[in-house]
Design a protein around this ligand. Structure first.
Ligand code: GLN
Length: 293
């Protein structure tokens, strides 16, 4: 199965988040520690998304994003001080990404180019393609839309039929808009349809899509990771996830990239939110095999 991570915190080199720690995402591509029977290596490509403000909005040439959440008291005070400012700027956040269908360890950009980009929010994934799905750049997460970025670790049995039905239930954008003929790319079209317009709380959108899929495909593995540059939403449904609430920064990752004692494993069937400088974890209230929940 794929591995993914999301970061929120002070400006950090984007590439460094791919290689940080003895069990970095790059190392996990050939030596993951927690695959739970879902594969052996993650060598079918990778991708990374990072957030920034448009150039015109960052006259000082800074990273273009105002970090306004954190675990430390200092950063909470900073959050209050800048809340009015962030309210007017975070709506303008845009997401950029870099992807490659080759194994992450073969791409020199990871060490030579990506570390020169800095951001306060990053979402990255390495891929182990599900049997029968194409190996191509457009199949590599993160999938993006507007200010959103998304990764799916798992697989949806009978995905063409299941996701066609789910899309009909939600009145989703056409599934032909999926970047690639994979379960994950089609799932993203459905999820982003619920997020568009900002009408639904992102965690609730994740839960609803999961419930609709699991109602039709009870064996589906749905470990979703979603970010918008200021928040992270992640689900566990069959695979591992851990959260690191550090000193003013947060990481949500399939597995810890180092031995920091602050990593906390997330149980199965949970929804993690990192919003407003706080982490919350709640059980996913989903009954398997019931359509329309
Ligand atoms: N099913 C997805 C794909 O093939 C994700 C695979 C995975 O999590 N290993 O891209």
């Amino acid at each position: 199965m794929c591995r993914h991570l999301a970061y929120l915190g002070p400006p950090t080199p984007v590439g460094e988040l791919l290689t940080r720690g003895p069990y970095s995402l790059r190392t996990q591509s050939w030596a993951p520690r927690e695959m739970r029977g879902g594969g052996t290596i993650n060598a079918d490509g990778f991708g990374v998304a990072w957030w920034h403000l448009p150039d015109a909005a960052t006259p000082d040439g800074g990273p273009g994003v105002i970090w306004h959440g954190g675990a430390s008291p200092d950063s909470r005070a900073a959050a209050r001080a800048t809340s009015a400012e962030t309210a007017s700027t975070t709506a303008d956040l845009t997401v950029s990404r870099y992807r490659n269908a080759a194994p992450i360890w073969t791409d020199p950009a990871v060490g030579e180019v990506l570390p020169q980009l800095r951001s306060t929010a990053v979402l990255a994934a390495i891929r182990s393609a599900t049997v029968g799905m194409p190996i191509e750049r457009s199949a590599c997460a993160p999938f993006t839309h507007g200010r959103w970025a998304f990764s799916h670790n798992g697989a949806i049995p009978d995905w063409r039929r299941v996701l066609t039905d789910v899309a009909a239930e939600f009145g989703s954008p056409p599934l032909l808009e999926a970047e690639s003929l994979t379960d994950s790319a089609a799932l993203w079209v459905i999820l982003r349809g619920l997020l568009e317009g900002g009408g639904m709380e992102p965690g609730e959108a994740v839960r609803r899509v999961m419930a609709a899929v699991l109602a039709r495909s009870p064996e589906a593995r749905l470990n979703l990771l979603l970010g918008d540059g200021v928040g992270i939403w992640g689900s566990t449904w069959h695979h591992s996830l851990s959260v690191l609430a550090g000193d003013g920064f947060f990481v949500v990752a399939s597995e810890p990239f180092d031995d920091d004692s602050r990593w906390r494993p997330v149980g199965d069937r949970q929804l993690v939110r990192v919003v407003g400088g706080r982490v919350s974890v709640e059980p996913l209230d989903i009954e398997i095999g019931r359509a329309g929940s």
